[in-house]
Design a protein around this ligand. Structure first.
Ligand SMILES: CC(C)(COP(=O)(O)OP(=O)(O)OC[C@H]1O[C@@H](n2cnc3c(N)ncnc32)[C@H](O)[C@@H]1OP(=O)(O)O)[C@@H](O)C(=O)NCCC(=O)NCCS
Length: 216
């Protein structure tokens, strides 16, 4: 069966007839969704994010079995954070259908994309959910550097081109700062929203007390 698995590399111009198939493949995923994205989405949210990702694929390597897509590794250009504005930075999403996992397809898809990116002046970044041992293994075996982690995610990067190694220490520090700032902002956001809820409750309670005092 493994001999029947083929790999197809598609650049932007060749992608058009495949986008709908890739989207359908993504929408038909079940358990694979749990580690595919770093956030949990509602069904509607999942459909929206998949459509956006698929519409923004720059190039992809597909694993095919009997004419059906069974795995995708695709480079996208949807990230807009400051890190992406300062450094040439790319990211991709990778998924192999449940029935085909554990046979080296993820490793192969990952290697193919890294090879194509080998000529690019950019850093590839990726956040992996901590319990995603197969993805962590792939990253570790293919030379990614672990930058930091939070409660749920591990952040990695890898220079695409060997010459980018010179900039690696600077990128490491910048990526670290970027993640730490993001985490701090998220904590501050949730803290302020809790404070806002509490103060609104207090305000409402005070208004109600005043109101009952006046009407009494
Ligand atoms: C991550 C994913 C793409 C890996 O694809 P895959 O085809 O199963 O990967 P491989 O078969 O090449 O296995 C990669 C490594 O993980 C190991 N592995 C596979 N399944 C594993 C499991 N369930 N537990 C632990 N290790 C596992 C393999 O042995 C291999 O290690 P090795 O090279 O030392 O032998 C696939 O599991 C997947 O699609 N997951 C859901 C989506 C996802 O998490 N995407 C990544 C988001 S960052």
């Amino acid at each position: 069966m493994d001999n029947d698995i083929t790999y197809l590399t598609l650049r932007r111009k060749e992608l058009t007839p495949y986008r709908e198939h890739i989207l359908q493949f993504m929408l038909n995923l079940t358990d694979e969704r749990e580690t595919l994205f770093t956030k949990e989405y509602s069904e509607q949210g999942y459909q929206i994010i998949c459509k956006m990702l698929v519409d923004n694929i720059i190039f992809t390597v597909l694993a095919m079995f009997k004419g059906e897509i069974i795995g995708v590794n695709a480079l996208t250009n949807i990230e807009k954070g400051i890190l992406y504005q300062i450094f040439p930075t790319v990211s991709s999403f990778i998924v192999v259908s449940n029935n085909f996992q554990g046979r080296g397809i993820g490793t192969k898809l990952h290697r193919e994309v890294i090879e194509i990116l080998g000529k690019t002046w950019a850093f590839k970044v990726g956040a992996v959910i901590k319990n995603n041992s197969s993805m962590i293994k792939i990253h570790e075996k293919q030379g990614w550097t672990r930058v930091t982690e939070d409660d749920t995610l591990i952040y990695h990067y890898r220079p695409c081109r060997k010459e980018m190694n010179l900039l690696s220490p600077l990128f490491f520090v910048s990526y670290w700062l970027y993640i730490k700032t993001k985490i701090a902002l998220e904590i501050a956001k949730s803290l302020f929203s809790r404070i806002r809820v509490k103060s609104n409750k207090l305000l409402r309670a005070r208004v109600n007390t005043n109101h009952s005092y006046m009407s009494g």
